[in-house]
Design a protein around this ligand. Structure first.
Ligand code: TRP
Ligand code: SF4
Length: 400
């Protein structure tokens, strides 16, 4: 039906806020009309950093699914499931770990970055190091063709593509390929053969792209090779065989610029969020007490919207007319800050109203949510099972 299959996951590490809605969920909701979509609760991913707080994960899983549904993620269009209910992810992670060079994992930028940033946690764990590979397994298990990612996750996607390539090279080959390739290596003569092997190892074990380029250049210079051997040696560098796992494409999504209550990006760690389904009184109070242009001390002082976090929210929520009257009223001290905040309060509340209503349905009848997820788990297992059959067979694990 759809040409592309999209997979995306979210970690259950706390309740969702409007930043998630504007940054991720609105995108999911658009995509569910255009692609085959699989959206999952990445509970194992959450454990890679929150292994000491299982209660947070347990609480967040169902709340998060309700937040998705409340936002308009439609279970009739997208498959919603929980990662740990599809053990194929873990099996594929394990099998891929056999062929994953440690260096590739150590070089994923988030590995060192997060360890340096999250100093309150010991992230020198096997699970944390392996997190990008678990993400690869998530993606490859469904032969996903498109994965929406922010800038920071591009390296994970590139890593996933390399893993898929390596797997296909290793297990997708014609019978006797390796022997034939080794014979072709010998024909290079001992000096060049040694160089070829060294470069090939550097690429395959450390992902050294320069080594790959040098090896290709070396082969380009060999006039005396016959065509078959030439092809083999090129193929042997990277592999070159049957495609068992497919390489996904990254679909770059623009990072959410959703401002929080203090003007910084909305984020739980800045304590500046409005929850997706926060109750009305609390939303109104949070916005009413938001800081404004610090130079505007008295009502009669003119202000500068550029220095005011409320203005950042107007950018998200207000039409041109409202924005104009804010600029006009603020810079001339014609309006007070409370007055200026009211349209933002109204807009946030009316954005949230349908969400709260939809959520109520599921809160009143939790079995509804459980059934949606049970269905999704089953569908996901079926799809992942198809891939796993091929993977097991390729790795010599398909005994009768
Ligand atoms: N990496 C994302 C995160 O940690 C979630 C995630 C896990 C994901 N597996 C994925 C996203 C696969 C897209 C595809 O927040
Ligand atoms: Fe900010 Fe509005 Fe007050 Fe100006 S009038 S300082 S934009 S809240």
């Amino acid at each position: 039906m759809f040409a592309d299959r999209i997979l995306s996951g979210m970690r259950p590490t706390g309740s969702l806020h409007l930043g998630h809605y504007h940054g991720v969920l609105k995108n999911w909701i658009t995509m569910q009309h255009e692609y085959e979509c699989l959206f999952f609760v990445a509970d194992w991913h959450a454990l890679t950093t929150h292994y000491d707080a299982p209660e947070i994960i347990e609480q967040s899983v169902w709340d998060m699914v309700i937040d998705w549904l409340a936002s308009g993620v439609d279970p009739a269009r997208a498959t919603l499931f929980i990662q740990s209910k599809v053990p194929e992810h873990a099996e594929l992670h394990l099998l891929l770990s056999m062929i994953t060079p440690l260096g590739w994992l150590e070089r994923v930028p988030t590995y060192k970055d997060q360890q340096e940033k999250l100093t309150s946690k010991d992230l020198t764990t096997y699970g944390f190091l392996g997190y990008p590979l678990l993400m690869s397994a998530d993606i490859l298990a469904y032969r996903s063709t498109l994965v929406p990612v922010g800038e920071d996750q591009i390296p994970h996607l590139e890593f996933t593509r390399e893993i898929a390539r390596r797997f296909n090279h290793m297990y997708g080959r014609e019978p006797g390929f390796a022997e034939k390739a080794e014979l072709a290596v010998k024909k290079l003569g001992s000096k060049k053969a040694r160089l070829y092997k060294e470069l090939r190892n550097r690429f395959q074990e450390q992902g050294d792209d320069e080594a790959l380029e040098s090896a290709k250049a070396l082969l380009d210079e060999q006039q005396s090779l016959n065509l078959g051997d030439r092809e083999r040696l090129f193929g042997y560098l990277e592999g070159g065989g049957k495609m068992i796992l497919s390489e996904p494409q990254a679909m770059l999504t623009v990072a959410s610029k959703m401002p929080g209550l203090d003007g910084q990006k909305m984020s739980k760690s800045y304590n500046n969020t409005i929850a997706l389904r926060e109750d009305e009184a609390s939303v109104a109070k949070k916005i009413r007490t938001m800081p404004t242009d610090p130079a505007r001390i008295r009502r009669t002082d003119p202000g500068d919207p550029a220095k005011c976090p409320v203005w950042a929210l107007h950018q998200v929520y207000s039409n041109d007319q409202t924005k104009q009257s804010v600029v006009q009223g603020c810079t001339s001290a014609g309006i007070g800050c409370i007055e200026c905040k009211q349209p933002v309060i109204d807009a946030v509340l009316s954005e949230q109203r349908p969400m709260r209503e939809r959520a109520q349905l599921y809160l009143d009848d939790p079995a509804l949510v459980r059934n949606i997820i049970a269905d999704g788990n089953e569908k996901a297992r079926k799809l992942a099972g198809e891939t796993m059959r091929d993977v097991r067979e390729a790795m010599g694990l398909s005994y009768a």
